[in-house]
Design a protein around this ligand. Sequence first.
Ligand SMILES: [Cu+2]
Length: 348
Amino acid sequence: MSLRIHIWCGMAPQTDDETKGDGQGESTARRFPRRTVLRVAGASAALSLGSGAVTASGDDDSDDDHGYGSDGPAAPKHPEEIDPIFGYASAAENPCSGEASDDCFESFANPVRPAHEVEMQIDIPELLFALVEGGGLSEGTTGNVTAAVEDGSVDEGELDRPDAGVSVRTPEGGETVTVREIAHLLADTTGFRFEPAGLRVSPGDVVLYSAETPDHAVTAYHERHGRQNRVPDGVEAVSSPLVPVGGYWLYRFEEEGVYDFNCPPHEPFGMVHRVVVTDEEDDAAELSVEDTGRPPEEENALGSILGGLDPNVPSAHDALESDALHPERIASRGTVSWDDVVEEHRTD
Ligand SMILES: [Cu+2]
């Protein structure tokens, strides 16, 4: 696999003192940011391309500020309409970027104002990548740790030599962490994720997709993408481009029914998303699946990029078949977190 993740670049260290009562987690957290759910502070400004919004529909020739004040942030040009296939993508600064609120939604011009936000993230501790890079774990330890966290919590009784130290090379030099610490980090790993994974919207609602880490896109399971059709009848092959970090993609959901999406670079790691379009909280339309192409991926390849440490995250197929993402559950709850999907998978 040729995937490269330069996980140390531009990463704002984040402390999290959740220790799970083992007395070890806190010191680890100081040395290694536990999570890489990346809030790219400053990165969006660096990436701002002024008026360099891109639009598939090409109608970016208006000169007005489309709802941004003259002294506001670099004004992305918003289209009057969102393309029914390609939506509307922008590399300009995202006014919301993980901070969804009516205030930031109002930063968008009325014709394209979103009502919901979905974040595209990576939740893999940096230390795990450092372990892979350094090759510091033996096969036996890898298998033991993977088995001990299979249900999402660390069963210390299952760990062989939990206090044994493992050397890790970091940009600062070297560190030693214990097997126990590695197990807790693995148990907390949920991989590549849309958050929320499941979302209910009303017909006509616009959804803002915020790219918090690189290489994410939002692509419908559709015959014209060579996949099963998993969108309402008549809906075209919806897709965003790859959305640059700090940028965003807008899409308006018009047809009632269930839309299944994946992030093409990360579908092998289970990165999927379901939108239920309905006005009825208690009466979600059923998912319609036509066998027009490949079904969702049945295996999750996260273990292969983590040197064999496998956090037991569901595959694309298993996530979309889960009770957690059942259309009726999404319709009644409004949102379903990826954490719920992972938890169901680990404890079933
Ligand atoms: Cu992705």
